[in-house]
Every structure is written in structure tokens, then in C-alpha cells.
Design a binder for this molecule. Structure first.
Ligand code: NAD
Ligand code: MG
Length: 386
């Protein structure tokens, strides 16, 4: 029996994780979970999963649910996230929350020796150096849930590090892949949320369309696999069938393929190194798909991908700034406060504004994350469209 802490149980990855767990109740148990604000869905999950510890977003939700579930221990805000992550019985923490708010519980879990099944890529972008160092020190596995990284992880199995030539991350292109930059000026939130291949949370769907998501994934791959940025390539692959590839020095390419179904990488992160049949398997027939296409990424069309390599190579807190500015800008677009192209403008401006002169510590990185949010929020207040 594997005991799981599920951070962000009400979201898209959270829901897929619950499906995986419920398919094998004799193997998996969610002993702690968190959710932020959807107390109706949260209460439903508590009924179904019977966790022992629940982290929620507000005192109000805690009061409401304590009346209903008196036997469960509740925690609020950051304390609730950490409480769920380090809950004693937990073996593995699945980080399915959005944003760098995931850093604190992830670090806390690593420090007490819990394995991490990592969906929350923003954490690794913000503080990859410290997360990976802590994982190594505490002998903790970081198992990728992001489909591209799960694919690379699977391809790398049994390979010697020396044999690797490069990682090839595939990108679907997001909702606006066929639009020109000029056409992007007038796009709406509704159009941006209409992803061609994947059904996901709002923020990651916006990030896919701006190619911020791929940028975050490049930095995530750098930390997860210890690969230099000049050995990480991105190709446009509209079908999202090849989830990513590795190229080996003798010219061989290994690719991992499958349907667009997040249950597969989630389940593999929980069963690794074993595999289990997936329940309610999605249809997958290459003869029906017929063709797979690969195209070069246009860095002028997708400047946020170009910027990811720039901030990644600069290192320090540059990726922190890139991520924090985007978290504020993407959320502000979702909230109708800025236009679509302003997302990129604010991210670029935050990165240009930031000057790093000395090596940064983790506590400085946390401070820089906060400062960036404040600055970008101020810019948006002063200059946002609405
Ligand atoms: P989502 O918006 O559907 O769900 C987010 C979850 O986080 C919810 O349970 C919500 O309650 C919780 N949450 C939100 N803000 C919070 C806060 N401030 N404090 C505590 N909890 C908070 O998001 P998602 O699509 O499931 O994505 C979750 C993470 O997984 C993201 O980092 C995303 O990049 C990554 N990811 C998602 C997918 C996917 O298919 N959805 C694929 C790969 C990686
Ligand atoms: Mg991905």
C-alpha cells in the first residue's frame, strides 16, 4: 500500500490522480489532501477518499468542514499545505497545485524524506537548484508527472548519462499555434482556454498558448535531468502523440508515445519502476492517427520560449523572476485585467528590470519571487488595459 499526499486535489491533475488511485484502492491510499477554495468538490473528495489530514485555503472552509468531518485534522493556508505534505503516514507527495506556492510544502516533504511526484513545475523553475540539492541530500526521488518529463524519464531508463546527446521536448503549440503575432492582438480569454489536445487548468492552458509552459518545461528538464541548456531542444508536434524524445550519441532517437491522457504519467510516477494496466484505457491507434508531424519552433513567434533559455542560462534568480512575473501576468489576463500580448510584455519587462550582481541564496530567491509579484502587480494596476 502506497500512502499519498495529494496537494491540489480539486484541480485537473488532482482529479486525474484520484482516478488512478480509485482504480487500485488496494495499492494506493490518499491519506492527506489539500484544496484551495472549491469546498463543495473538496467535501465530495473527503467523503470518497476519507483522508486523515486536509489542508484548505481559508479559516471559513476549515470551520465549515470541521463541523461536517469532526474526525479529520484540518490546516489552513501554508500550514495546511505543509501539514498535508509531511503527514507522518505519507510515502509520496503528489504536487498538483499551481504556482510557486508549491515550494514550501515540497521542500518540507523532502526534508522529512518523502518522495515527490512532481506536477508543480513552477516550484522547480523558481528554486530548482535548492530543491534538487535537498532531494539528493535526503535521498528522495523526484518523479516527473509532467508528460514531457515523464516521457524523457522513461526514455532515459537504462541509459548511461554519457550516452545522451540531447533531450527533445515536444510542444503542441497551444491554442494559438496557427495565428500570426498580428492576429494575437485581439484574441480573447475564451479562445485562449480552448486547447487543441489537452484539457487542463486555466493557468497552464494560457501558459501553453504563450509558450511559457514550454519555457517552464525547458527549465524543469534542466533541473530534473541535470542537462545543459544547449542540449535541450524543443520541436513543434501538433498531434501530441510523441510526448518527448532523447537523442543518443550514436544517432539513435528514443521516443515515448501514447494518448493525451495525464493518468499515464501520474500512474507511472506512483508505480515506478513497476507498471500496471491503466483502467478505462483511451483508444490509441497509430493507423488512425496516420501521420506525425514535427516542425522547428519559431522563436520570433514565441518569444517566451527564447526567454526561457536566456533566463535559464543566466541562472540565479532569473528563472524565479520569469516565473513570478508570468504567474501574475497570466492570472491577470484570466481575470480580465490585461490583454493577451501584455502577458509577454510584463514578463519580458520584469526580466529586463531584474539585475543580479552576486550569487543568491534560497531565502533571497523567495524574497525576489515576492518582490517581482509586487512590481508586476503595480505595473498592471498602473498600465493594465481595463
Ligand atoms: P488546476 O488549476 O486545475 O488545479 C490547481 C489546484 O491547486 C487546485 O486543487 C487548487 O485548489 C489548488 N490551488 C490553486 N491555488 C492555490 C493556492 N494559492 N494555494 C493552495 N492551493 C492552490 O491546475 P492543474 O492544471 O491541475 O495544474 C496543477 C499543476 O500541474 C501546475 O503546476 C501545472 O503546471 C502542472 N501540470 C498540469 C498538467 C495538466 O494536464 N493539467 C500537466 C502537466 C503539469
Ligand atoms: Mg507538459
Amino acid at each position: 500500500m502506497k500512502n499519498i499526499a495529494l496537494l491540489g486535489a480539486t484541480g485537473s491533475i488532482g482529479t486525474n490522480t484520484v482516478d488512478v488511485v480509485m482504480a487500485y484502492p488496494e495499492l494506493f491510499k490518499i491519506v492527506s489532501l489539500t484544496f484551495h477554495s472549491n469546498s463543495e468538490k473538496g467535501a465530495e473528495l473527503i467523503e470518497r477518499l476519507k483522508p486523515r489530514y486536509v489542508g484548505v485555503g481559508s479559516e471559513k472552509i476549515k470551520a465549515e468542514l470541521t463541523d461536517r468531518f469532526p474526525d479529520i485534522e484540518f490546516g489552513v493556508g501554508a500550514e495546511g499545505l505543509v501539514g498535508a505534505a509531511i503527514y507522518e503516514a505519507v510515502d509520496v507527495v503528489l504536487t498538483a497545485i499551481t504556482g510557486s506556492v508549491g515550494l514550501l510544502p515540497t521542500m518540507a516533504a523532502i526534508e522529512v524524506g518523502k518522495d515527490i511526484a512532481l506536477a508543480n513545475k513552477e516550484t522547480l523553475v523558481m528554486a530548482g537548484k535548492w530543491v534538487m540539492e535537498a532531494a539528493e541530500k535526503n535521498n528522495v526521488n523526484i518523479l516527473p508527472v509532467d508528460s514531457e518529463h515523464s516521457a524523457i524519464f522513461q526514455c532515459l531508463e537504462g541509459q548511461k548519462v554519457d550516452n545522451l546527446k540531447e533531450l527533445v521536448i515536444t510542444a503542441s503549440g497551444g491554442s494559438f499555434r496557427d495565428l500570426t503575432r498580428d492576429e494575437l492582438k485581439t484574441v480573447t480569454l475564451e479562445q485562449a482556454l480552448n486547447h487543441p489536445n489537452w484539457s487542463m487548468g486555466k493557468k497552464i492552458t494560457i501558459d501553453s498558448s504563450t509558450m511559457m509552459n514550454k519555457g517552464l518545461e525547458v527549465i524543469e528538464a534542466h533541473w530534473l535531468f541535470g542537462t545543459d541548456y544547449d542540449k535541450i531542444k524543443v520541436v513543434l508536434h501538433k498531434e501530441s502523440i510523441v510526448h518527448s524524445m532523447i537523442a543518443l550519441k550514436d544517432g539513435a532517437y528514443l521516443a515515448q508515445m501514447g494518448p493525451s491522457d495525464m493518468r499515464e504519467p501520474i500512474q507511472y510516477a506512483l508505480t515506478y519502476p513497476d507498471r500496471l494496466p491503466i483502467k478505462n484505457e483511451l483508444a490509441f491507434d497509430l493507423t488512425q492517427i496516420g501521420q506525425l508531424n514535427f516542425e522547428p519552433m519559431d522563436f520570433n513567434r514565441f518569444p517566451m520560449l527564447d526567454l526561457a533559455f536566456t533566463v535559464g542560462k543566466k541562472g540565479g534568480a532569473y528563472p524565479t523572476v520569469y516565473n513570478a512575473a508570468n504567474e501574475i501576468a497570466a492570472t491577470s489576463f484570466i481575470d480580465g485585467k490585461i490583454s493577451y500580448l501584455q502577458i509577454e510584455q510584463f514578463v519580458q519587462r520584469a526580466v529586463d528590470h531584474y539585475q543580479e550582481t552576486t550569487e543568491v541564496t534560497l531565502s533571497e530567491v523567495i524574497e525576489i519571487d515576492k518582490q517581482t509579484r509586487t512590481i508586476v502587480e503595480r505595473w498592471i494596476k498602473e498600465e493594465g488595459r481595463l
